[in-house]
Write a protein that binds this ligand. Structure first.
Ligand code: OAD
Length: 266
């Protein structure tokens, strides 16, 4: 596999692996690109990205939900349908393998994701979700979880029908909504604290499959850099920036298995 990559990219993979093998605190931030090879569309890739075809303001804001809850629910039901039969790809598996390997080494590998799918967990990783969970519902007011949708039994219909009427919370009468962070909302406090701490104290920060356009998650790489970390980016279409130390311009599903093989053999 290594032979199929350009000599320059091979050299960068080896350089990154060597850097990582020598460092103990690693923080990884993943975005939609890591699930692209599993068949889940990203948000901003030309033509295929969800936000290329749908309006954020119609579907992913609290105002949109207030205006047209049925539309918002049907959008998330559609997304659940897309994800229901998707499985982790080699990139998810490689990260899970790395975390497993790290348990018996000196390394700490903290994984943070912006993704709302559960493919990291399915691969066996421990992961912090910054933007919520596609399979969960919660009250919009008191935030108490409400009858999570079971992925395994998903057949295109939610266990609870949100189409007929808006479901209200049995505790406070607020409206039940998908457990997703919408634009204009703050991130879950505990998840954000974990992410900020990991970024501030890591030796190497790896950004995988994200356009790094959505804040505050996008600011984690800057925080890591300011705190003295080296930055690695894995993205076939790297983001324009000046702070990345090593860019691996290839699909995550190709780079990560090689990368982990290199790290664990050093
Ligand atoms: P984007 O769609 O903005 O960016 C996806 C990135 O993945 C792009 O830079 C692609 O070049 C890259 N990419 C595509 N295929 C890849 C592959 N096989 N391997 C590696 N990289 C690949 O997605 P995010 O940055 O995750 O928010 O978007 C951030 C947030 O914006 C999302 O979490 C979502 C969205 O609105 C919420 O849902 C709250």
């Amino acid at each position: 596999m290594l032979a199929e990559l350009s000599p320059a990219l091979i050299a960068e993979v080896k350089r990154a692996a060597k850097l990582l093998a020598a460092q103990s605190r690693i923080c990884i931030l993943t975005g939609a690109g890591i699930s692209a090879e599993s068949g889940i569309p990203t948000f901003r890739d030309k033509q295929t990205g969800l936000w290329e075809n749908y309006g954020v303001e119609d579907l992913a804001t609290p105002e949109a939900f207030m205006r047209d809850p049925e539309l918002v629910w049907s959008w998330y039901q559609w997304r659940r349908q897309i994800v229901a039969d998707k499985v982790p790809n080699p990139a998810h598996h490689a990260l899970a393998q790395w975390q497993y390997h790290a348990q018996t080494s000196e390394q700490e590998v903290i994984l943070i994701t912006q993704n709302v799918d559960d493919l990291h967990e399915q691969a066996g990783s421990t992961v912090t979700h910054l933007h919520g969970h596609l399979w969960r519902n919660r009250c919009g007011q008191c935030e108490i979880p409400y009858q999570d949708q079971l992925r395994a039994s998903y057949d295109g219909q939610d266990t609870v029908s949100f189409e007929d009427e808006l479901i209200t919370c049995p505790h406070c009468n607020g409206y039940i909504r998908p457990d997703i962070v919408w634009f204009g909302e703050t991130l879950p406090a505990q998840a954000w604290e974990t992410a900020e701490k990991a970024a501030a104290k890591c030796d190497v920060f790896i950004s995988i499959g994200t356009s790094r356009l959505v804040y505050p998650a996008a600011g984690l790489s800057q925080l890591a850099k300011q705190s003295g970390a080296q930055l690695i980016e894995i993205n076939p279409d790297p983001t324009p920036n000046t702070i990345v130390d090593i860019t691996l311009a290839e699909k995550a599903g190709i780079i990560l298995p090689l990368f982990i093989e290199e790290i664990t053999s050093l």
